[in-house]
Design a protein around this ligand. Structure first.
Ligand code: FES
Length: 328
């Protein structure tokens, strides 16, 4: 069984209907010329619609980029994006409707290879389409231009990802105390009160922050009084302690929980989340649990009034950042 139905009116190359009659239902004759003229006018209108669609899309994409660059406005961004996408959609739909083969074919199964007649019919149909679409080159360029403009406009929302983190993930507010021109920062408690070494005792654990940054999530610092006879500073950190006071980041290097438990007799700091344990006397090296890096140490000093200060930033980025895997 074979049935053919044409959505495009079943017009063949001579402007005749599929049953071989012209538009007036008569066989051949002068009506064929009128049909060709009518078909030509339809094709012209269709081409203009395709051009309008692509041009609308380009204008919409460029407008979207401009709206975004000047500060963005959700309603206008939506409208211009709709124009950019809708224009391409319209152009593709019209192109498919008027310039592509619209035949719907139902046929029995047969050998997959095309017969010579079928190949010849396809070639004729393909070439016929080329002739119908007189401005194919222009339309193709416009189509590519519309897609390119849309792709370009789609790049702008990358700016919406926010500001670059810069060194924000690597440094804390204590970094202001580092370097030759750095001004030492006092260590203060949660209420902003500066801390003296005498405020600590062997069994106490004090959490401190850089002065003026008491709410910084990456800056909580543990101040501990250790048995200085047992303390083994890492090379280059011999002067990072004040008396018996040593300072480490409070953020666990596993996934960033606050390390809040101190076993004074063993000089071990314990993270309650997954039980990582750090040796206070040996650079807060992890001795148990999933943490792989030591707690970063903070270099300490004393100001002229006898308050504890930081003379630089932590020895390494704080917390459990994945970007620091493999670092010591
Ligand atoms: S966050 Fe500290 S052990 Fe997991």
């Amino acid at each position: 069984m074979s049935a053919y139905a044409s959505r495009g009116g079943g017009r063949d190359g001579d402007g005749r209907d599929g049953d071989g009659k012209d538009g007036d239902g008569k066989d051949g004759g002068g009506g064929g010329e009128a049909d060709r003229e009518r078909a030509g006018r339809v094709d012209d209108r269709a081409e203009r619609l395709v051009v309008a669609g692509f041009v609308t899309s380009i204008i919409g994409a460029v407008a979207l980029a401009v709206v975004y660059i000047v500060g963005g406005q959700p309603q206008w961004e939506g409208i211009t994006l709709a124009l950019a996408l809708g224009g391409i959609g319209l152009a593709i739909a019209v192109w498919a409707r008027y310039f592509m083969d619209a035949e719907e074919v139902v046929e029995d199964r047969h050998a997959l290879a095309s017969t010579e007649e079928e190949v010849a019919a396809f070639t004729a149909s393909f070439e016929g389409g080329q002739q119908t679409l007189a401005r194919r080159g222009l339309l193709t360029k416009l189509g590519l231009g519309a897609l390119g403009a849309l792709g370009l406009a789609a790049l702008f929302p990358i700016r919406s990802l926010g500001p670059r983190p810069g060194k924000g993930l690597k440094e804390t507010a204590f970094a202001a105390a580092g370097g030759g021109s750095g001004k030492p920062l006092r260590l203060v408690d949660a209420e902003g009160r500066p801390i003296r070494p005498s405020d600590l005792s062997r069994s106490s654990l004090v959490t401190a922050w850089p002065e003026g940054h008491e709410h910084d999530a990456d800056a909580p610092t543990l101040l501990l009084q250790v048995d200085i006879e047992e303390f083994r500073p890492l090379p280059g950190r011999e002067d990072w302690v004040v008396g018996e006071i040593v300072a480490y980041s409070k953020l666990c290097t596993h996934t960033g929980c606050p390390v809040g438990l101190y076993q004074t007799e063993l000089d071990l700091l314990l993270c309650p989340c997954h039980q990582s344990t750090f040796d206070v006397l040996h650079g807060a090296e992890p001795v148990f649990g999933p943490a792989a890096r030591p707690l970063p140490q903070l270099p300490l000093g004393l100001d002229e009034e006898g308050f504890l200060i930081a003379t630089g930033d932590f020895s390494a980025p704080v917390g459990g950042g994945f970007w620091d895997r493999g670092r010591t």
